[in-house]
Write a new protein. Structure first.
Ligand SMILES: [Ca+2]
Length: 275
């Protein structure tokens, strides 16, 4: 009898340890499942094709995105390698509390500069508000390997119900590295921030106050990053939404110029031709 109790106790302890490991791991990784025949070619770095959010939750009821709720699941469809006609895979990542995805949609942007897209998405913490995260899919050669990896993130803003709105990426500072552009607290502080990859962090390279790209209830994020005469610039609304401005890097800082009255919010996204 005593031996049975001991065995039971050992089993329960092992189960407990296993569930702790699983809970910790779920935030960062997710198993990839193949929907086609196994790919046996020379390369197996997944190439992201599309990304979406699903599994709405009401545990972070911020509600600034109109009918778009917070989500717990990120799904990325990918090819096993660039140009492979088949062997598509679908990777899913589900966030545990206190984290959610709070975004209009994930973006496929190349942040590392190697041509392969990363996944850029806003994540929010129930007590600390939003942060920007960048994800990649890992090599699938390791059998049943977890495939999502967060390669970098900003700090959380630090306060519940504070959000940020990414709208583009490009080499603003001319050093060859890519910066992601977002407006932090577009309804309150209205600060443009450019962040670049430094190790496993997104580090601020420049900022400018007095611009914005989202109003409470809108289900899209406005603003454009464009390249004109070799110069990368951001098109945004002035903080009062009456003027349109272009922001570019000049003499070691961000500088803005007026582009005229803003009649329609759609102009901020359509304005991707130079002039
Ligand atoms: Ca890349």
């Amino acid at each position: 009898m005593n031996i049975i109790f001991r065995l039971l106790s050992i089993c329960l302890t092992l189960l407990g340890l296993l569930s702790m490991v699983t809970t910790q791991a779920v935030a960062e990784i997710s198993k990839i499942t193949s929907t086609g025949a196994p790919y046996t070619g020379p390369t197996s770095m997944p190439w992201p094709l599309s990304a979406s959010l699903s599994d709405p939750t009401d545990r972070y009821p911020h509600g600034v995105l109109g009918r778009i709720p917070s989500f717990t699941t990120l799904t990325v469809e990918a090819q096993i390698c660039e140009g492979c006609p088949e062997a598509r895979v679908s990777a899913r990542l589900t966030l545990p509390a206190p984290l959610v995805f709070e975004d209009v949609a994930p973006r496929l942007w190349d942040i590392t500069g190697d041509g392969r897209p990363e996944i850029v998405v806003v994540q929010s913490h129930e007590n600390l508000g939003a942060r920007l995260t960048v994800w990649t899919l890992r090599d699938t050669q390791e059998e049943a390997a977890p495939l999502f990896r967060m390669i970098a993130a900003t700090d959380f803003i630090g306060t519940r119900f504070r959000w940020l709105a990414p709208f583009g990426a490009g080499d603003f500072t001319g050093d060859g590295a890519i910066e992601i552009a977002y407006v932090e607290t577009p309804h309150l502080g209205k600060v443009l921030r450019l962040v670049g990859l430094e190790g496993d962090r997104l580090v601020e390279q420049a900022s400018l106050a007095g611009v914005t790209n989202h109003r409470i209830g809108e289900e899209t994020i406005s603003g454009t990053v464009r390249s004109c005469d070799g110069r990368t610039e951001a098109i945004l609304a002035a903080s009062d939404w009456r003027r349109m401005v272009a922001v570019h890097w000049q003499n070691g800082a961000l500088s803005s110029r007026d582009l005229g009255p803003l009649r329609d919010v759609g102009e901020l996204t359509r304005n991707d031709s130079c002039g």
